[in-house]
Design a protein around this ligand. Structure first.
Ligand code: BYC
Length: 477
């Protein structure tokens, strides 16, 4: 039924798709199912809009993308791997020094498939989480940006499905289908990782998600870009090119909300959150609570602090550390140790464990360093307006469901509390039903006039791809 699709034209790629019959047949089955998923679960009511989008067309650093108006169902979801490096080796673990694998090593097949499926599952999940947000966008610029993020998450799904189809035969095809069957938040068939089953009900949540959770994407993809399985490494490296814009959307989105609030607070000499809210902007306390939620849920995505899975991924050479090849050590970690936090006798202590088992924690720490720098930049904006408030990252053990802190009740300051005491302060630390109601009430309807912005967010400094801020980024037709 779809065998007449011209894949060379329709799917920009640098993997010689036109010559690979087996892969073409697999995609002929999967592509219509993907389109069905996009129509059902992609951005609501958007199918006829012309959106000024970036499309990846090559891996050339100078001109890898083209910008133009596109109807999203006609987006050209392409498949790109960065070019192979001659003589590349497995750079860590027990197989260090062997030639990087161009095919799946039989003994690691199921482990590798599991990593690829977990990565792939997050991509459509985020599109599902965000599908209603276009209806209440604060501007045409922001609407375009969320659509850009959505189509590229779609492309990242394609990237993982390409690997499943190309290297895993029948079970790969089955996994590719299952990626379109699971649904974010579904009670019977949920997405694999916790954060991808949480709702993203408003634009503050969306920006927090793209700042915090897309950045987990960056760190996980960076670790997989070190993989000894060369096609995975090369795919992830190219995905990171697009990921940068998603984090930009998150950081500047939160930054613009913070800026608008601080500006209104300064102009009106107000600090009381109720009075701040009454002026139609989001109080900094609510922003802090959203931050606490998204940060803690994202920390869980790194997995257990002590993980034999992570040790196996590393020892086999399938998943490295962040910037593995730049780390100055033996890349085997046989004798190294690493400090992880844990709760003992009612307080948080640190214990030294074998570094191999602490790789999730190490990656989480690398991530936290980068996140802190972003929060510091938001605080500079608040400071510039002379407002005394500062945003902070809560303690690593706060509101955790995975790893050593799971089952404990840790305050944002790191104090271990009883469940009752923690719950009594929950609404101080986490967004309450009332906070969500307030934020959503503010985001009723969308701002559709080019160059206009909702009251609760400052305009960006500049537009997209040299276009002015008041450019018509979306034509609603
Ligand atoms: N929720 O040994 P452990 C992105 C499970 S985001 C639910 O610590 P491991 C993106 C775990 O499966 C990046 N369950 O796990 C962002 C295991 O189950 P079993 C996505 C969880 O394997 C925004 C058990 O707990 N990529 O790209 O070391 C928009 C024991 O745990 C969770 C990847 O994640 C959780 N949060 O670590 C779009 C990379 N955490 O075996 C996209 C690939 C753990 O007991 N994935 N469990 O049944 C991995 O490398 C690893 O699977 C993880 C988990 C690091 C995620």
């Amino acid at each position: 039924m779809t065998s007449n699709i011209d894949y060379i034209d329709k799917i920009p790629n640098n993997v010689d798709l036109g010559r690979d019959r087996v892969l073409q047949r697999a995609l002929e089955h999967w592509q219509p199912a993907y389109m069905g998923w996009w129509y059902d679960m992609g951005p609501n009511e958007s199918h006829d809009y012309d959106v000024y989008l970036r499309t990846a067309i090559s891996v050339d650093a100078e001109g890898w993308a083209q910008f133009d108006y596109v109807k999203m169902p006609q987006y050209r979801w392409g498949i790109f791997l960065v070019p192979p490096t001659q003589g590349r080796e497995v750079n860590f673990g027990a197989n260090k020094g062997q030639p990087a694998w161009q095919d799946v090593p039989g003994e690691y097949r199921s482990m590798l498939r599991r990593i690829i499926v977990t990565q792939g599952d997050t991509e459509p999940a985020s599109v599902e989480q965000q599908r209603m947000l276009g209806m209440c966008a604060p501007s045409m610029y922001d609407l375009r940006n969320i659509y850009q993020v959505n189509v590229e998450e779609g492309r990242h799904l394609w990237a993982m499905v390409y690997l499943l189809h190309r290297y895993f035969g029948r079970d790969g095809r089955e996994e590719a289908e299952a990626l379109l069957d699971r649904r974010s938040g579904d009670a019977d068939n949920p997405r694999i990782l916790g954060a991808f089953n949480e709702p993203t009900p408003d634009w503050l949540a969306f920006y927090m998600f793209t700042f915090f959770t897309d950045r987990d994407g960056k760190f996980q993809l960076s670790s997989l870009a070190e993989s000894g399985f060369d096609p995975l490494a090369r795919t992830c490296r190219f995905m990171l090119t697009e990921e940068a814009h998603h984090m930009f959307v998150g950081e500047t989105g939160v930054g613009r909300i913070v800026e608008r609030t601080a500006q209104v607070m300064a102009e009106n000499r107000l600090e009381n959150p109720d009075q701040v809210r009454a002026l139609g902007v989001i109080d900094l306390q609510t922003i802090q609570r959203y931050l606490n939620f998204h940060y803690s849920v994202t920390l869980d995505l790194f997995g257990g602090d002590v993980s034999s899975n992570a040790a196996s991924y590393y020892t086999t050479g399938l998943k490295g550390r962040y910037e593995e090849t730049k780390v100055d050590d033996d890349h085997m970690l046989t004798d190294a140790t690493y400090k992880v936090g844990t709760v003992s006798n009612g307080r948080v202590i640190e214990e030294e464990i074998p570094a191999l088992n602490a790789l999730n924690e190490r990656l989480r720490d690398d991530y936290i360093g980068e996140v802190q720098a972003g929060v510091d930049r938001w605080n500079k904006v608040i400071e510039k307006h002379g407002v005394a408030f500062r945003l902070t990252l809560p303690h690593k053990g706060f509101h955790r469901e995975i790893g050593n802190y799971a089952g404990h009740h840790v305050s944002p300051d790191g104090e271990v509390m009883t469940e009752a005491a923690w719950n009594a302060r929950r609404n101080e630390w986490m967004p309450s039903a009332g906070d969500y109601t307030f934020v959503q009430a503010m985001m009723q309807g969308r701002v559709v006039e080019p160059g206009k912005f909702a009251n609760w967010i400052a305009p960006p400094r500049r537009g997209i791809h040299t276009k002015p801020i008041d450019f018509e980024y979306v034509r609603f037709n």
